[in-house]
Design a protein around this ligand. Structure first.
Ligand SMILES: [Fe+2]
Length: 405
């Protein structure tokens, strides 16, 4: 019998009759096949396939699997020890809100990347930045960040190497807005630093493309040209009517370092404004977590550890601590291992950074995927996050699971 099921109900032993997407879009050589390993299930779920048809004459059905489970050999006490805690804090309307917030954030991010791409193309042709093009985009981002900054933050890990500069610009805006929000600064300042982040690398419109996109180390001479983008960004924005001092500071100071070893002016300590010091932190954080044509981005928790070791030299130590409180040790969309051996994806952080709200997705002991389950770890006292995990190692795309909520 042919049955339609959700991809989260897939189990080993089921026979795929039809995946609900075109052959071009799924990662398998055939359309019909038997699921023989857990990694097949993960591939299907990671491809974003939400429903599919199974043939229960050629493989097991849902009921058969349930009865197999009840006769599983694993001792009962082992099963209960590794149970996912029940989450009473997430009801259906919360889930609907999460889904809508995430969908809106995706649209805002895409629109913002398109806008900065157009603005940079105009600057390349010698035109001025028009605030009429910038303000509506930053308005939308501010609204989203004030509502729930985790939605846009969670999207900052989606990387496309060809559009690095545009994504980086939007990410710096989102990170600066989230950072100022978490420090309790006013909506006006949040908007201003959003504008500054959005336009902070506008000077790169004037950097020769072969240097900007060079796949490898820059020569000393090329580095001098590359570094000049800061001066260009500042000059372009000084000539932009309606720009605020805070926005100018993000553009002018994001490569200065706390110990004076940065550029272009080698300013140090309090010679760099508060907004400038904050922008130096978010710029390095985003650059190191990004995939570039010459290196793979590092996991956010690894980057934060490295950056902590540089505080006092590169960054203001107090601000660095506050930045970690803002993005979390395990920022949204990070794959994490829980103390009960389940793998989960972080949705958003709570004040205790080891107890974020997550979606549990896989039992790492049995390597079996489970029906994704939202759990607010701060609402229970048994399970916590113990480490971050590599997406590549597990062949899992956290974004797909966030989309499944
Ligand atoms: Fe820059």
């Amino acid at each position: 019998m042919i049955k339609t099921i959700s991809s989260i109900q897939l189990k080993k032993g089921m026979y795929i009759h039809e995946l609900d997407c075109s052959w071009m879009k799924h990662p398998f050589a055939r359309n019909q096949f038997k699921i023989t390993q857990q990694s097949d299930i993960r591939k299907i779920q990671s491809a974003g396939i939400k429903s599919l048809k199974i043939n229960t004459d050629k493989g097991i059905g849902i009921e058969q699997h349930t009865s197999n489970l009840s006769s599983a050999k694993e001792p009962l006490n082992e099963q209960s020890k590794d149970k996912i805690p029940n989450d009473s804090s997430t009801n259906n309307s919360d889930k609907k809100n999460l889904k809508k917030t995430r969908k809106d954030a995706k649209q805002i991010k895409n629109h913002a990347e398109q806008a900065i791409s157009n603005i940079m193309a105009d600057v390349k042709l010698g035109q001025q930045v028009e605030m009429e093009q910038v303000t509506p985009v930053v308005d939308k981002m501010t609204e989203s960040v004030l509502n729930n900054h985790n939605a846009l933050l969670g999207l900052s890990r989606i990387r496309n190497m060809d559009t690095y500069t545009f994504e980086h610009s939007v990410n710096i805006a989102v990170l600066m807005m989230s950072f100022t929000k978490s420090r309790g600064m006013s909506p006006e300042i949040i908007h201003e630093v959003g504008t500054g982040g959005f336009l902070h690398d506008i000077g790169k419109a004037l950097t020769p493309t072969e240097i900007l996109n060079k796949p490898g180390k820059l020569t000393d001479a090329e580095f001098v040209i590359m570094r000049h983008h800061v001066v260009d960004s500042h000059t372009i924005l000084l000539n932009t009517p309606g720009i605020s001092q805070n926005a100018l500071d993000v553009a002018a100071l994001h490569h200065e370092k706390y110990d004076g070893s940065g550029y272009p002016d080698g300013k140090k300590g309090d010679e760099i404004s508060l907004i400038g010091q904050m922008s130096a932190i978010v710029d390095v954080y985003d650059a190191l977590t990004a995939d570039r044509c010459y290196h793979k981005g590092q996991d956010p928790s690894v980057v934060l550890k490295r950056m902590l070791s540089w505080t006092g030299s590169h960054f203001n130590p107090q601000l660095m601590q506050e930045f970690i409180q803002c993005v979390g040790i395990y920022p949204p969309a990070t794959l994490v291992m829980l103390s009960n051996h389940y793998l989960a994806v972080v949705i958003e952080n709570n004040s205790n950074l080891l107890l974020p709200r997550v979606i549990a997705i896989l039992n790492s002991k049995t390597n079996e995927t489970i029906e994704p389950k939202i759990v607010d770890l701060s609402q229970q006292d048994k399970v916590k996050v113990i480490s971050s995990e590599s997406d590549q190692k597990w062949n899992l795309d956290p974004q797909k699971y966030l989309d499944m909520i």
